[in-house]
Design a protein around this ligand. Structure first.
Ligand code: NAD
Length: 454
């Protein structure tokens, strides 16, 4: 079937057979869990080939993440999908009011390459839990993972429930010309604009999970050793190819050298000889390798800077005394380069962050409660952590998404179900009682109305 036929077929199924019943959704999600568990070795192998990911990282950030999301969804789906009674004001007596969760219909999910397994399946779980049929377009840059996802989907779903469409820009653009009931996109801010423009043709609602530069602010009172350790972990996880990785660090000027020395120690204990470490991934392709290498400032190197193009290897690289005007501070880095900007005044540091586009994530390290609250309140951002990095994604009770140029909408846990659900509000009135107040002629009724509505 062509892409056009797939979209039409899904749509006509929705019109004729409706959305997926709750019992079927549960059955499919449980089967998805089993299939993932059976294919764990294949998934590991695919992610090792696409990105050089270690088995541990693959489990923590891809497989385990999805199994956790499945568990949370299965535990709550009965409750989430039930119609909910809401209060009815006296003016509408004796009626009752109910909100019915309703699937949108056919959802298009478009995913990037950096967590190619998780970022396809996490939105899929929410979309199916809510009762939608789904077309998934994974990234063309993680082909091995894409093939394993295809195997899993064929194992679990009928083709008219969930279908995977492979391809790059051209195929995505054909998909975007079709009518969908919801589009869920994860990727760059630049492509996010293309998606939203295309969606506007049919007024299709969208969730845009985008990127940007996520700052990490180290305040004077921070536990510097913990800050360095957790920054190093969050930054160099997946070789920096994480949408919520700390993009750059702001540190009090007099603490910069000490912070760098602690970073160095932690990197040594994490990876030893990084190049031969099985725990350190590779850059996705040569294009990104070249882009990243063009951002290195040799005279500002504090740690690392080694690279081997044929192996798409860039060592964890830290640059110091970086200024806001350096090229590395223009766009999202999305790789293992960590610029450190020393600051003299906390106020100034906050002003710099606030004057830039609203970040997807923001991290603050501080042992001073009032400073932490002041900073968190003053900076707008999608989500983040106090005294940690990246790990906020691991709590399904925290909705995950950006704000401004870092995204529109959010998901994970119940928020995923909500994202893919239209809440249909219905007021139900009986026919036995019919209070005449609302009907014309209105003469003499206004004072009565004012008794009820004020
Ligand atoms: P990308 O925007 O280049 O690609 C994402 C998807 O869009 C891919 O499936 C690709 O095939 C498609 N695409 C690319 N160009 C297109 C075009 N011109 N028209 C239509 N479709 C197109 O992003 P990427 O390089 O795969 O991923 C990196 C970006 O994703 C980073 O900016 C990162 O911050 C962001 N990201 C965000 C999140 C999040 O949850 N917010 C998660 C991961 C990655």
């Amino acid at each position: 079937m062509s892409i056009k036929e797939i979209a039409h077929h899904m749509r006509s199924l929705c019109l004729n057979h409706g959305t997926l019943p709750v019992s079927l959704r549960k059955e499919r999600i449980l089967k998805l869990k089993k299939s993932i568990q059976e294919k764990e070795l294949l998934i590991n192998q695919a992610l090792r080939e696409d990105l050089g990911k270690s088995t541990f990282e693959t489990y923590a950030t891809e497989i385990g993440f999805i199994l956790d999301e499945i568990g949370h969804t299965l535990k709550n789906i009965d409750d989430w999908s039930k119609p909910k009674k809401v209060k009815t004001p006296l003016t509408l007596f004796p009626g009752k009011s109910t909100v019915y969760p309703d699937a949108y219909g056919v959802v298009l999910i478009i995913s990037p390459w950096n967590y190619p397994f998780q970022l396809c399946l996490s939105p899929l779980i929410g979309a199916v839990a809510a009762g939608n049929r789904v077309v998934i377009k994974p990234s063309e840059f993680a082909p091995k993972t894409s093939s394993v996802i295809q195997l899993i989907l064929e194992d679990v779903f009928k083709k008219d429930e969930v279908i995977l469409v492979e391809g790059g820009v051209e195929e995505t653009q054909i998909l975007l010309k079709q009518k969908f009931d919801y589009i869920f996109f994860t990727g760059s801010t630049m492509v996010g604009k293309i998606i939203m423009k295309a969606a506007s043709e049919y007024l299709t609602p969208v969730t845009l999970e985008l990127g940007g530069k996520s700052p990490c602010l180290i305040e004077e009172s921070a536990n510097l050793d913990i800050a360095a350790k957790r920054c190093a972990w969050g930054k160099f996880l997946n070789a920096g190819q994480t949408c919520v990785a700390p993009d750059y660090v702001l540190v009090p000027r007099h603490l910069q050298e000490e912070f760098i020395s602690k970073l160095k120690n932690h990197l040594q204990s994490f990876y030893g000889n990084v190049k031969s470490s099985k725990d350190y991934p590779r850059i996705i392709n040569e294009k990104h390798f070249d882009r990243l290498m063009s951002l290195v400032i040799p005279e500002k190197l504090a740690i690392g800077g080694e690279s081997i193009r044929e192996e798409k290897y860039i060592s964890p690289t830290v640059m110091k005394d970086v200024s806001w005007n350096d090229k590395v501070m223009e766009d999202e880095i999305f790789g293992p380069l960590l610029p450190i900007i020393p600051y003299d005044s906390l106020q100034e540091a906050i002003e710099h962050i606030v004057s830039r586009p609203k970040p997807l994530a923001f991290y603050v390290f501080s042992e001073n409660e009032s400073k932490r609250q002041e900073i968190i309140t003053k900076v707008p951002f999608g989500g983040g952590c106090i005294n940690d990095t990246v790990i906020h994604l691991a709590n399904p009770n925290l909705p995950f998404g950006g704000v401004g140029t870092s995204g529109i909408g959010s998901y994970h846990g119940k928020k995923s179900f909500d994202t893919f659900t239209h809440y249909k509000s219905v007021f139900e009135q009986g026919s036995l009682v019919d209070i005449p107040l609302r009907y014309p002629p209105y003469e003499g009724k206004l004072s009565w109305l004012k008794l009820f509505i004020r």
